[in-house]
Write a protein that binds this ligand. Structure first.
Ligand code: SF4
Length: 319
């Protein structure tokens, strides 16, 4: 029996599962144990393979969501499923009656430990402009994220912006400085905007979730992906911003923002880079979050991700 110690994050499980798969270790020979001191990248990458074996994109999406559950058996369930996808049946996930698939889906069902939150709607003053919205958002307690973050990070930019960009949530530096896209990802963002010919002062930049969600590990605050319930709780702020701004072009940066706008079925790797009309803007497009560039596995992957981000922003500039 092999004991594998991971952080309770999708990225940590994924790295360990890849190695186990590569070494041919079956699920029955693995005991998963959660630790809290393993250094990991801040955000997940967008892999298309596990241990060199291709797995359906649907599994990776399910695995990310299942990793956010609290059931301690989720790592075993995920590795069981991964193993069977690779060694038994690549179409396994289509079999909704399979006990393993059912266990996987059960992880995604909200439990009493993850209650739906009241949401931000009650904190939004009617008839408010952007400045009033920002002031009101500073007092929001629509979900639990305000409890640990430094401050609300509201959208920033021109009230006349024709182009609005939406990210996922503030990061460590954004939380401390109270402004979106000012940390390391903000530097990538600024570089890509400049190369694409987009002037940041003419844009409006915001996030789908306005408080930083993180896990404290020693002195480090490690980004955590917001749950669907937190995304829903915070959605009224984004909708209020978009209702006022009425952008011609709306850009979703990363999977969380894309799902907030296009819905749960949107897949950033498959659906990015194409304009589509939404209720918020006649031209809505999704691309990679600048932080995805930073977490590329090596320089080549970082360059590739940056190239895709830049290509998509150039389309926005031309639009
Ligand atoms: S994350 Fe959004 S809904 Fe939750 S407290 Fe912050 S502003 Fe309110």
């Amino acid at each position: 029996m092999k004991t594998v110690e991971i952080e309770p994050t999708f990225e940590s499980w994924q790295a360990a599962a890849r190695a186990l798969l590569r070494d041919g270790v079956p699920p029955a020979d693995v005991r998963w144990r959660e630790a809290s001191s393993v250094e990991q990248p801040l955000l997940p990458s967008e892999p298309s393979s596990a241990g060199g074996a291709k797995v359906p994109r649907q599994f990776l999406d399910l695995a990310r969501r299942a990793a956010a559950a609290t059931d301690p058996s989720r790592w075993q369930i995920l590795y069981d499923t991964l193993w069977r996808l690779v060694h038994e049946d690549r179409e396994l996930l289509k079999n909704a009656r399979d006990p393993g698939v059912r266990r996987l889906h059960a992880l995604l069902t909200p439990t009493a430990a993850e209650p739906e939150t009241a949401g931000a709607a009650a904190f939004i003053p009617s008839g408010a402009g952007l400045a009033e919205l920002k002031a009101a958002a500073a007092r929001c307690k629509g979900c639990d994220l305000y409890r640990h973050a430094t401050q609300t990070v509201f959208g920033r930019g021109s009230a006349d912006a024709r182009i609005v960009l939406v990210g996922e949530q503030p990061g460590d530096q954004e939380d401390l400085q109270g402004a979106p896209f000012v940390g390391p990802a903000g530097e990538v963002f600024d570089r890509a905007l400049a190369e694409a010919g987009l002037a940041r002062e003419k844009l409006y930049v915001t996030n789908a979730v306005k408080h930083f969600k993180f896990e404290q590990r020693g002195k480090r605050r490690i980004h955590q992906t917001p749950r669907a319930s937190e995304l829903n709780a915070c959605r009224p702020w984004l909708e209020a911003e978009l209702t006022l701004l009425k952008p011609e072009v709306l850009v979703c940066l990363g999977a969380t923002a894309a799902r907030a706008i296009f819905g749960d079925k949107f897949r950033i790797t498959k659906d990015r880079g194409r304009f589509a009309p939404t209720r918020w803007a006649p031209k809505t497009i999704a691309t990679y979050h600048p932080s995805a560039v930073l977490r590329g596995e090596d320089d080549a992957q970082k360059a590739e991700l940056y190239g895709m981000l830049l290509d998509d922003l150039r389309k926005v500039a031309r639009a």
